[in-house]
Structures are given as C-alpha cells and as structure tokens.
Design a protein around this ligand. Structure first.
Ligand code: FE2
Length: 339
C-alpha cells in the first residue's frame, strides 16, 4: 500500500465526486457516524469545496443497529440537499427506513460508502478501474432484461431455478447522476428479484452467510415455492437458522433476490457482507425484504440476509453466461481474469 497522504486522499475524493456528478453550487451533505474514518469525510469535504460545491459535514452518535431512523434534524437536511454521501458504519445501515426512502423521493441523489476508511478509499475507489465494472453492468443488463428464467447450479449441490417475470435488473456501478438515484461504493453487485413464488430447488452456501460470517462448512437450504423449508449443515447452519428465527417474521424465509459479484478489485473475503457480495467470482442469494425501488419485489420482512457461494454456474433461458464462478459471456470475458 502506497503511503496515504492528503494529496492522494484529495485525488481519490475527486474521483468519488465524479461518480456522483457533483457540480458547482450544489449542496452536498456528508453523513458520518463514528467509528467511520473522519479522514475520508474531511477529504470529501475539501474536494467538494474545491469543486465550488457547498458541502455540509454532519456527525450523529453511533447506532450500531440496522434500520434505525436517522434523527429528524438530519432527515430534514437529507431531503434538502442536492446530493448526499453516507459514510456510516455498515452495522448502522438505515437504507430500509422510511426517512431514507423519503430523501430519495425528494430528489436527493446518494452515493454511499459504508464503513469506508482512508485505506479502502484508495484501494477500492482511487485504484479501481470503473470501466471494467461499468461495462459488466451494461452487458449483464442487456442479457438479463431479455431473459425469462434463471437456473443456478454449483458443484457443492446448488440446483435452483426461478422465473424472472420482467423484473428490473439491479445494477450497482457505483454512480449516481439523476435526482433520487441511489448507489454505493465500491461498485459490485448485479442482481434481480425473480417472481417470489417461482423459486424452487436447493441452495448451498459455501463462502459466506450473514450474520454468520465466512463459512468453513457449507449451509444447505431447501426452497419450495419461494419459501425456505429447511436449513441444514453444521454449527454455522445452526447459527444461520437461529438468525432466521430471531427475526420472528415468517416473511424472512422468503427467497427474494440473487446477485453476481462483479468487482475484481476485491480479492479476498473480508467477512463484511456488503464487500463480499461484490467480489468477483461469488454468487449471492438473498432472503427477506425486497420491496425496494431497485428490485420492485413484493416482500416486506423484519430484515434481509444473504448467502454467498463459490463456483456457481448460471443459466438464463438455458444459456450459460457464468461458469463455475467465472463469466464466459464473450462481451465480458476480455475484461476479467479468473478470481
Ligand atoms: Fe441481499
């Protein structure tokens, strides 16, 4: 890692602000919550000022829990800003809350960097080649939007399919430009919420499950008409099962989306869901809430979780585009080397 100095931080911050098309005279609200790295907030503030924008830096006390509403004063500022950056810790993520949705509806565009640090600003944003992930997003959107069905298999035993039902493709290029746009850095997941009741088969996660962490032993889930009917495996499967039970909401057992990790800058599992699900080579299946604008799904549950598998092969209408964890689509292959 090259030495992190203020010049490098500033250059990285300009790249960040370019990804959100920040213009002169626009108001930019930077939302922080300790322990998020203040060096990142300061560098973004300075870069926005140099661009002639009007940055406002806010800090709220640590929440440490998902889906807690932000304070009303902050909410008013979120709605009033042209653009916002949320630098809060991942464990405080509030993007399923009503105030957050209202901020987007009011026209604020938001590009978040959860649990961002100076080190990850440099390694995952400054050094990242956005051409690669932008191009993969474009090609996958074209392929997926024309398809009717998806089938996923893996050597560990995944064998599951679903109908796509014309649902939108969820892209995460890490770029926002229009009022109400929502995005996150680093870029990474391309996914979709197939028709909820159409999921049928077996899922085997061998890489990661939230909140269990990086997996040593696989977790197997049986899915019938979209509902998880059984979770089995070792101790990690038991912990995953306990998390589902702890939500005390039957809707948490509903299969709600899938996603490809497309980001080759992420090289190893970190144990942090929002990074690991972006890592090139991994494939994600999620459960619980999906009634978000990006998915247009029908499930509102008391939570959301994801699991990740390696070596997935993915077929759209029986055409394979991703084989054992690697894109084989001819439009994508030149951009990527095996993970
Ligand atoms: Fe998810």
């Amino acid at each position: 890692m090259s030495e992190i100095n203020s010049d490098l931080m500033l250059r990285a911050s300009f790249k960040y602000l370019d990804r959100m098309s920040l213009k002169r005279d626009e108001t930019l609200l930077i939302i922080t919550e300790p322990p998020t790295d203040r060096r990142v907030a300061q560098a973004l503030f300075d870069a926005a000022l140099q661009k002639g924008a009007q940055p406002i830096l806010s800090m709220t006390p640590y929440r440490g829990e998902h889906n807690m509403d932000p304070a009303p004063t902050l909410v008013a500022a979120m709605k009033a800003a042209d653009a916002a950056i949320t630098l809060i810790p991942y464990e405080s993520a509030d993007f399923y809350t009503r105030p957050f949705l209202e901020m987007l509806q009011s026209g604020t565009r938001m590009l978040g960097f959860l649990s961002g640090t100076a080190e990850s600003l440099i390694s995952l944003i400054y050094k990242h080649d956005f051409l690669i992930t932008d191009r993969i997003c474009e090609i996958l959107e074209e392929v997926i939007s024309k398809a009717k069905t998806i089938r996923i298999i893996s050597p560990k035993g995944t064998e599951i399919q679903a109908d796509l039902g014309g649902r939108p493709v969820q892209l995460n290029p890490g770029r926002v430009s229009l009022p109400g746009d929502e995005g996150y850095l680093p870029p990474g997941v391309v996914g979709q919420a197939p028709l909820e009741e159409s999921w049928a088969g077996k899922i085997v996660f061998d890489a990661f499950a939230y909140p269990v962490g990086v997996l040593r032993n696989p977790i197997t889930l049986e899915v019938k008409e979209g509902w998880v009917t059984d979770i089995s495996g070792g101790r990690e499967a038991d912990r995953f099962k306990e998390w589902f039970e702890s939500r005390k909401d039957p809707n948490i057992y509903r299969t709600c989306h899938y996603g490809f990790g497309i980001n080759p800058s992420l090289k190893r599992l970190s144990g942090l869901k929002f990074l690991d699900e972006r890592m090139y080579g991994l494939f994600d299946i999620g459960f619980g809430t999906n009634d978000l604008p990006c998915f247009q799904g029908q499930i509102r549950a008391n939570g959301h979780t994801d699991g990740l598998m390696t070596e997935a092969s993915v077929f759209y209408d029986d055409v394979c585009i991703f084989e054992k964890g690697e894109f084989i689509h001819p439009g994508i292959q030149p951009y990527l080397k095996p993970a």
